[in-house]
Design a binder for this molecule. Structure first.
Ligand SMILES: Cc1cc2nc3c(=O)[nH]c(=O)nc-3n(C[C@H](O)[C@H](O)[C@H](O)COP(=O)(O)OP(=O)(O)OC[C@H]3O[C@@H](n4cnc5c(N)ncnc54)[C@H](O)[C@@H]3O)c2cc1C
Length: 310
């Protein structure tokens, strides 16, 4: 197997990984970044991004990530196509296998592998992703102001999404599979006290309806098999995220949902020299600007770590 020794390896090419690459290359750490199967990360799978500072007219997710990539390359970051398929953090230098065929020996590692939003798994849901179906109410809710929308899910995130959407949309349906909400009492009370939220308990989404203009309704089925059609222009899926951390499970501390644990106000993990940035360590905010900020933190902490190793 081919071997290569580097100072700083970055795994992941979303806003966290590329921001880490900008800072690490400007600090002469000679970063090598592996992009994974989604070059540019989650934002390349959405339409316009309107809340990232510095783009007053909004920007397409793809253009924004191309900008970030070019910025990192301008300072010498080496960005490569490839997937980290195994890691050995038991000794230094750390060993990371790429595409099962190449081993990188790295003095430090920044993990920025993100989190993957879960969807319901319907063909029609897949068809309308980006034209009415979204997994991020904070990101896309604004596009539906004054309209009727639905949120699927019964946990805290679903309730928070519904409450947020209720403040900008005309009506919000919550489609909940169980006869009750799983959310905290406080969130349940918030939802119950919001007049333009209607909860449809014991309903599941059978099909997302729409045409060339996007989503225009949902076909629901209740526990007795009765069908109910509701008219909505947006469907927000809030059934959770899967942090991409399986690869690290033997070495790094994770929370019960699988997010990497880092020291307070830091991107340091339980292994010195291994840092985590972005959604992979963030069950709360999951926003590009927050991911970018933690990519910056990871690179600065990595720089300090490498300095002390010399
Ligand atoms: C539909 C949707 C719309 C959104 N809209 C907005 C918005 O408008 N504004 C906003 O601020 N946020 C938005 N977000 C959230 C935003 O996309 C995320 O917060 C942000 O992308 C997280 O960045 P990240 O770098 O942590 O991870 P990600 O963007 O998830 O990137 C993870 C990267 O890791 C790589 N990777 C994973 N595993 C491996 C591996 N084994 N080896 C190598 N690479 C690997 C992937 O290929 C990918 O490049 C949206 C999210 C979704 C789902």
């Amino acid at each position: 197997m081919e071997n290569e020794h580097i100072r700083c390896l970055i795994i992941g090419s979303g806003p966290a990984g590329l921001t880490a690459a900008i800072y690490a290359s400007r600090a002469n750490l000679g970063p090598v970044l592996y992009e994974g199967i989604t070059p540019g990360g989650q934002l390349t799978q959405t339409g316009d991004v309107e809340n990232f500072p510095g783009y007053p007219d909004g920007v397409s997710g793809i253009d924004m990530m191309n900008d970030l990539r070019r910025q990192a390359e301008r300072f010498g970051a080496e960005i490569r196509f490839g997937v980290a398929t195994a890691v050995d953090f038991s000794r230094r230098p750390f060993r990371i296998t790429i595409d099962d065929s190449k081993t990188i020996e790295a003095e430090s590692v920044i993990i920025a592998t993100g989190a993957t939003a879960k969807y319901l798994g319907l063909e029609s849901e897949q068809h309308f992703r980006g034209s009415g179906v979204s997994a991020c109410a904070t990101c896309d809710g604004f596009f539906y102001r004054g309209q009727d929308v639905a949120v699927v899910g019964g946990g805290d995130t679903a309730c928070e999404d519904a409450a947020y959407l209720a403040s900008i949309c005309r009506k919000v349906y919550m489609v909940v599979r169980k006869p009750h909400l799983r959310a905290s009492k406080a969130m349940q009370s918030k939802v119950a006290a919001t007049p333009n939220i209607e909860i449809l308990f014991e309903h599941v989404t059978a099909e997302v309806l729409g045409d060339q203009n996007g989503v225009n309704g949902l076909m629901l089925i209740d526990k007795d098999g009765q069908r109910l059609q509701i008219g909505v222009t947006g469907l927000f899926v809030a059934v959770g995220h899967t942090p991409n951390t399986e690869l690290f499970r033997n070495y790094l501390d994770r929370d019960p949902q699988g997010y990497l644990r880092t020291h307070p106000d830091s991107t340091r993990t339980n292994i010195e020299g291994v840092f985590a940035a972005g959604d992979v360590r963030d069950p709360h905010f999951r926003q590009a600007v927050v991911a970018a900020a933690s990519g910056c933190m990871a690179a600065l902490e990595c720089e300090r770590y490498l300095l002390l190793q010399q």
